[in-house]
Design a protein around this ligand. Sequence first.
Ligand SMILES: *[C@@H]1O[C@H](CO)[C@@H](O)[C@H](O)[C@H]1NC(C)=O
Length: 358
Amino acid sequence: MLDGQVFLGWLSLIVLLSSGPAAAYFGLTGNEPLTILPLTSETEGAAEKAHYKICDRLKLEKKQRRMCRRDPGVAETLMEAISMSAQECEYQFHFERWNCTLEGRYRASLLKQGFKETAFLYAISSAGLTHAMAKACSAGRMERCTCDEAPDLENREAWQWGGCGDNLKYSNKFVKEFLGKKSDRDLRARMDLHNTNVGIKVIKAGVKTTCKCHGVSGSCTVRTCWRQLSPFHEIGKQLKQKYETSLKVGSTTNEATGEGDISPAKKPISGHTDHIPRTTDLIYIDDSPNFCLMSKYSPGTFGRRCYKDKNCESICCGRGHNTQSKVVTRPCQCQVRWCCYVECKQCTQREEVYTCKD
Ligand SMILES: *[C@@H]1O[C@H](CO)[C@@H](O)[C@H](O)[C@H]1NC(C)=O
């Protein structure tokens, strides 16, 4: 489903607004397609500054580029973050009309608007970066950070901090600096900043303390504990839920100056009437298209594979679906043989494949 060449092909700096300072955004919210893979080839030999090449290809803003270049671990982590966010987005939207099509021109048009989908892209991008950086620290891939440090001493008696925690503290600091603070003068800029912060918050809220027992035959006289992030799939799932319950906001402002606060949209939106957005809600300002037909935002759902009784009705937008019978061969009746391999039979099966009609 995923093609590395394609899905890593679109990132760069985005200049969303013509006014105010350039937006220091990153990840799936970049709007110029750019092929940044392959990562490894052609850099052999010049290994010392190999990461400079990655930093350049990422088309970062000046400050971001400086941060990228100062540590080879950063370049690697940025790549990891983009790839994680993209895979998770595609996974979460696999059954939806908008299936997280990230191909250049569709994404660029989408990012010009303040849709719920745009909100999701901002949140998953900042979440991906926060997650990848905290993990990179604890994995020892960074020069400027290592494991999470022990917190205050209050819990010392019960157990010790040990192991190697994911370094969210460093990661947060890095992400705040890396994404910068956008001008918050207009509603759209505030929407983006808000949704970026939602992504960071979800990572923070998912931190768990994990412990391990030590002592004679597992007597647990000593426990060591460390902080661990939720798996990124869990984060993706939560952000998808937030997408579904996202809130439309309007502005209490004067459109001319752009000054003012985010507030619920003036016209009540079904289900979410006068619900004031919290700092953990995703917010949007423009109603999304239905993504049924080809438009500048998506290729439409003609010919999309769908799953009967699950999403054909919804994603085919009432046009109905075609059914095709296919013969597929799969490994089956697998058994583990001593020692140590798995033996399977090949089973042939007829399967129905459904696709949306034109
Ligand atoms: C999304 O759907 C389009 C067809 O509408 C398809 O070409 C594309 O591969 C799908 N993308 C993903 C990530 O599944």
